[in-house]
Each structure stands twice: as structure tokens, then as C-alpha cells.
Design a binder for this molecule. Structure first.
Ligand code: PMP
Ligand code: GLN
Length: 391
């Protein structure tokens, strides 16, 4: 309809996230494509998932699993999630009340934050942190309190600082280990420190464990489901995207005690109601065999080591990557430019895309460190490291 002269001027739309633009991952992937650069920026594999998964989803569609899934997810998938979590970490979540399948971890996080925090509440995040946390907190109307990881100690958590940041208004503490972007992981002492904080303060932990199956050098994942106390006070978020090389499937899940799950499901049912039925069935059948996720550490450790070895003599200083499929690289020997300028130069002049770590901070920050993703075919890693080593 055309506007009439007597119509009042359009009311300005409200901008709920005024400080937000397009995510750094989309920006860098678009820039990489425009310049034909090798994309070690956005975190996704450049190889396909197991053909058995293609077959499983086709089978599910042919079997008629094409209508709405139950709101919390199809039962076989929730059962497999309960079994996997119990087998690996010792805590068994209740299939009926404590497990909810979501549209990836991103939606799980948004649903949990919206459900469990609101105006007047504080939510603690450890910086640098994944880029969806702060917008989730903002949309909930809560305030983010940022506690820095200790960059001088390879981004270890300073639990005293976390404890000191807790106030009577603190509702949630968001943690993410193995950690994007730093590759840092928790050890048993960290988990004990987190336990002590929860015990003393009564806050709820939102633990983003999407890289739970990608730890290196024999380390075991220290997640909240390993501790009965933490399991009873935490929201555990994970996703099949990283685990099964299928980031485009966007199927994740959230495990939490029944009272918290009930709140999260209220939000979840009006965000998406439920997520892709055939894919849930496919994942349920694929999860019957633990081998694919148990093989993941060796698979990615080999890629990490290949990339590290190729860059060993370069002017990049690679920081320890103990988990995830990311490694940070300090470029201060190469350039004094800030990270966002450096990554553009790297794409335009050298044909390799990376993510500036400043994108994981809310306020301007510059350590001259970029993140590379090594979830790539060996040929891709070799081609990229060849270019990077020549700088
Ligand atoms: N949390 C972290 C730490 C991530 O790295 C990602 C994606 N790479 C997500 C959440 C989102 O996962 P999903 O793609 O399943 O939404
Ligand atoms: N989590 C991925 C990363 O850190 C990107 C996900 C996305 O593009 N939204 O690179």
C-alpha cells in the first residue's frame, strides 16, 4: 500500500541491540569468499559429515518422521543424550523432564538466558567469550558482568575474581570449556573451584560445552555433569554441530534440573516449539555407536599438530590449544596493526582468513592475537600454513 499524505510518520523501530552489527563470523566468511581466501575464520569443517548420517536422515524421512517433533525433542534422541551423558560424566538427566532438544546451542543459550534472568539481574561472563552471550543477556534485560580470563596464563580462569564479581543480584554464571576462542580447558581443580563458588553463592551455572568431545593430549572433559552438586545447579548446553561435523544441522540440547528445564521449555516452545524431526531421529540412531565422538580427540589433535608443525618456524607465535578446533596466534612480530586491521590485511594480501580475538570482547581490546580454525582438510591446512609461514 502506498503511503498517504495524511498518514502519521512511521514510528521509529526499536533497536533492541544497538551495539550489534553483523556477526564477525559472517563478515569474515563473506570477506574470505570475496577475496578467494582460505577460510580459517568461522568455525566449521570444510569436509563433509559421515555419509551414515545422510542415510540416517533419509531413512527417517522415508519412515515418515516429517511432522512436528514433541516440543522437548523426540524420545529416542533424549534417551541417547541421557545415556551418553551418564556414561561419560556419571550424571543421568531425566529424559522426560530434564532434556530439551534445541535449534543448536545458540538457541539453547538464548532460551536459557531469557528464561532464567531478567531486569535487575546480573549475569557473569568470562571474557573473551562467544559472541551470542551478551546479546542474549541484553535481550533478557539483565546486565552482563565481565570477568577477564587471565591472558598472561593462557586464559586460565581466576576463580577469586569470579567469586569477587558475585553480588546478591547475580543470577547466572556463563562458562564455556573447552573454550572458544582460546582453546583453554578446565581441570579437576577448576571444577572444584566452580563447585565451591556455587555452594557458597547459590548462583546457577550455564555451561556451554559444545566442544565437550574435542580435548587433546589425553585430557578428560571436566563438565558440570561430573559433579552432582554442579549438575543440580547448572544448565548444560551442547550441540551436535561440532561433534558430528554438521554445523549446518543446528541441533543442540539443554540438560538441566526439572525446575530449571520447565522454565527453559516455556521459552523454547515459543521460540521454535520443536526442531527438525528427521534430523533428530537420524542423530538418535547415529548416537548408538559412541565411536564417532570418541575418535574425535585423536582426529583433531592430528590436525592441530599438523598446523602447529607447519607454523613452527613462522613469525606467528601459536598459543597452547588444549581443546576445541581453534588455536590462537600472536602476530606481534609481524605487525603493530590492531586485530581488525590485521585480519583484513591477512585476507587481502595473503589469502587467509582468521577471526580477530577482539570480537570476543564487548569493549575495545587488542592483544594482537587472531584465531585460526583447524577443522579443515589436510590440503586446506597445508595451503594455509604455507601462506602464513611465508609472511
Ligand atoms: N557456543 C560456542 C562456544 C560455539 O563455538 C558455538 C558455535 N560455534 C555455539 C555456541 C553455537 O552452536 P550451534 O551452532 O549449535 O548453535
Ligand atoms: N561458533 C562458530 C565460531 O566460533 C561460528 C558460529 C556462527 O557463525 N554463528 O566460529
Amino acid at each position: 500500500m502506498n503511503e498517504r499524505a495524511d498518514m502519521p510518520a512511521a514510528r521509529a523501530p526499536i533497536d533492541r541491540l544497538p551495539w550489534v552489527g553483523t556477526t564477525i563470523f559472517s563478515v569474515m566468511s563473506a570477506l574470505a569468499a570475496r577475496h578467494g581466501a582460505i577460510n580459517l575464520g568461522q568455525g566449521f569443517p570444510d569436509f563433509d559429515c559421515d555419509p551414515a548420517l545422510h542415510r540416517a536422515v533419509t531413512d527417517a524421512m522415508r519412515a515418515g518422521h516429517n511432522q512436528y517433533a514433541p516440543m522437548p525433542g523426540v524420545l529416542p534422541l533424549r534417551e541417547r543424550i541421557a545415556e551418553k551423558t551418564a556414561a561419560l560424566y556419571g550424571h543421568r538427566y531425566d529424559v522426560e523432564q530434564e532434556i530439551t532438544v534445541t535449534a543448536g546451542a545458540t538457541q539453547a543459550i538464548m532460551a536459557a538466558v531469557l528464561a532464567l534472568s531478567g531486569p535487575g539481574d546480573e549475569v557473569i561472563v568470562l571474557e573473551p567469550c562467544y559472541d551470542s552471550y551478551q546479546p542474549s543477556i541484553d535481550l533478557a534485560g539483565a546486565s552482563a558482568v565481565r570477568v577477564p580470563l587471565d591472558a598472561a596464563r593462557n586464559y586460565a580462569v581466576d576463580w577469586d575474581r569470579v567469586h569477587a564479581a558475585i553480588t546478591p543480584r547475580t543470577r547466572l554464571l556463563i562458562v564455556n570449556f573447552p573454550h572458544n576462542p582460546t582453546g583453554q580447558v578446565l581441570d579437576a581443580a577448576d571444577l572444584a573451584a566452580l563447585e565451591a563458588i556455587v555452594e557458597r553463592s547459590g548462583i546457577t551455572v550455564l555451561s556451554d560445552e559444545v566442544y565437550e568431545h574435542i580435548l587433546f593430549d589425553g585430557r578428560a572433559h571436566q563438565g558440570v555433569a561430573r559433579s552432582p552438586l554442579l549438575a543440580s545447579r547448572s544448565v548444560l548446553v551442547s550441540s551436535f554441530g561440532k561433534t558430528f561435523h554438521a554445523t549446518g544441522w543446528k541441533i543442540g540440547y539443554v540438560c538441566a534440573p526439572a525446575a530449571l528445564s520447565a522454565m527453559i521449555r516455556k521459552v523454547h516452545q515459543f521460540m521454535v516449539f520443536s526442531v527438525s524431526t528427521p534430523m533428530q531421529h537420524a542423530l538418535a540412531s547415529y548416537l548408538e555407536d559412541p565411536k564417532p565422538y570418541l575418535d574425535l580427540p585423536a582426529f583433531y589433535q592430528r590436525k592441530r599438530d599438523r598446523f602447529l608443525a607447519a607454523l613452527a618456524g613462522s613469525r606467528f607465535r601459536l598459543l597452547p590449544s588444549r581443546g576445541t578446533y581453534f588455536v590462537l596466534a600472536d602476530y606481534s612480530e609481524i605487525s603493530r596493526e590492531p586485530e581488525d586491521v590485521f585480519v583484513r590485511w591477512l585476507i587481502e594480501r595473503h589469502g587467509v582468513a582468521a577471526i580477530p580475538v577482539c570480537a570476543f570482547y564487548r569493549e575495545a581490546f587488542d592483544n594482537r592475537v587472531v584465531r585460526f580454525c583447524f577443522a579443515k582438510r589436510d590440503e586446506t591446512l597445508d595451503a594455509a600454513s604455507g601462506k602464513l609461514a611465508a609472511i
